[in-house]
Design a protein around this ligand. Structure first.
Ligand SMILES: *[C@@H]1O[C@H](CO)[C@@H](O)[C@H](O)[C@H]1NC(C)=O
Ligand SMILES: *[C@@H]1O[C@H](CO)[C@@H](O)[C@H](O)[C@H]1NC(C)=O
Ligand SMILES: *[C@@H]1O[C@H](CO)[C@@H](O)[C@H](O)[C@H]1NC(C)=O
Ligand SMILES: *[C@@H]1O[C@H](CO)[C@@H](O)[C@H](O)[C@H]1NC(C)=O
Length: 351
């Protein structure tokens, strides 16, 4: 069966709900590949609705897990020079306690994990890995030149978006909190940021084409829908992190921007409800690991510079040996062969 849409699931599947994907054992995709039957009950971190979806769509679980992992790796890359580097005290999950405060960092982690899942599921459809979806059936773009063919096998963004929305948001949708409560604000924040992550993937998808025709004349082109490289999604979400909107609950229990001078955030933007700690010192309740022991750059004036990274506590200097590829030679044809050289560098580590 090949359909492009998520078979409709009874809404009663989603009763109430909480944390993000990032908190659950889906982060260990290897865990699913084992037997088929007991799989869903073994995944301790799943909400009720997610368990149901797991039973209906077992073949999707591996991609959901890989997608969330890709999201986290990208988070760690984007924040590698920052005090908060996308790791936390509780490393049983990558994000751990950071998720407990409604900060910008939490907003980012929800968005990028949701984006990772859309990405992975859309690709898995294209690659024929899932029984309920196949290549994209997106409509031909109106502005595509008439003699170009539309219909290469594209990433199935439509399915990836819809499935991951059902799955990832299920946790939040199952919960119900009193209107106007802090928990209800967190719930709305999480859903908003999940959506912003998915939309970012969707906004960056583009048409990609391949030439055919006699000896590369390119007289004929075949085009399809293609997702952007995930690095691009990470960069775009990082920009959205920098411009994230600070929100609060209004009297009618809706999230509104704190400062009404600015344009209200759209569904493509990140939102947060609590200010961030400075992440200088380790603190269980905020999920900060602190920056003691982090490498810093003595000459940089940015966040990775020793002054800012070490929060003014100072740093120690070490000599470290690093191994590099060097004296690389190109061999016909076609590979590059390098030697390994060891060099001594100065490293600076926060006190
Ligand atoms: C957390 O990290 C520490 C140090 O890296 C390690 O010893 C410990 O086993 C990790 N815990 C879990 C649950 O992964
Ligand atoms: C940890 O952070 C919380 C919230 O910012 C603060 O109230 C508390 O004093 C901090 N604890 C320590 C040990 O620094
Ligand atoms: C993040 O920083 C902590 C210390 O603050 C360090 O232990 C950890 O290895 C870093 N993680 C990454 C991915 O760089
Ligand atoms: C340190 O920062 C400077 C200035 O930003 C940069 O040119 C240099 O490559 C950085 N060094 C390392 C080891 O990252």
């Amino acid at each position: 069966m090949h359909t492009s849409s998520v078979p409709s699931l009874s809404k009663s599947v989603f009763l109430c709900l909480p944390l993000s994907l990032a908190m659950n054992p889906l982060l260990i995709p290897e865990a699913y590949i084992i037997g088929a039957q007991p799989l869903c009950s073994q995944l301790v971190g799943l909400s009720q609705g997610q368990k149901k979806l797991c039973q209906l769509y077992q073949d999707h679980m591996q991609y959901i897990g890989e997608g969330a992992k890709t999201g986290i790796r990208e988070c760690q890359y984007q924040f590698r020079h920052r005090r908060w580097n996308c790791s936390t005290v509780d490393n049983s999950s990558v994000f751990g306690r950071v998720m407990q405060i409604g900060s910008r960092e939490t907003a980012f982690t929800y968005a990028i994990s949701a984006a990772g899942v859309v990405n992975a599921v859309s690709r898995a459809c294209r690659e024929g890995e899932l029984s309920s979806c196949g290549c994209s059936r997106a409509a031909r773009p109106k502005d595509l030149p008439r003699d170009w063919l539309w219909g290469g096998c594209g990433d199935n963004l439509n399915y990836g978006y819809r499935f991951s929305k059902e799955f990832v948001d299920a946790r939040e949708r199952e919960k119900s909190y009193a209107k106007g409560s802090f928990e209800s604000a967190r719930l709305m924040m999480n859903l908003h940021n999940n959506e912003a992550g998915r939309r970012t993937v969707s906004d960056l998808a583009h048409v990609s084409c391949k030439c055919h025709g006699v000896s590369g004349s390119c007289s004929l082109k075949t085009c399809w829908l293609q997702l952007a490289d995930f690095r691009k999604v990470g960069e775009t979400l990082k920009e959205k992190y920098d411009s994230a909107a600070s929100m609060k609950l209004n009297l009618r229990g809706k999230l509104v921007q704190r400062d009404s001078k600015f344009n209200p955030p759209t569904s493509h933007d990140l939102v947060y409800i609590e200010s961030s700690p400075d992440y200088c010192l380790s603190n269980q309740s905020t999920g900060s690991l602190g920056t003691v022991g982090r490498l810093c750059n003595k000459t940089s004036e940015g966040m990775d510079g020793c002054e800012l990274m070490c929060c003014g506590r100072g740093y120690d200097q070490y000599k470290a040996q690093i191994v590099e590829r060097c004296h690389c030679k190109f061999h016909w044809c076609c590979y590059v062969k390098c030697k390994r050289c060891t060099k001594t560098v100065d490293q600076f580590v926060c006190k």
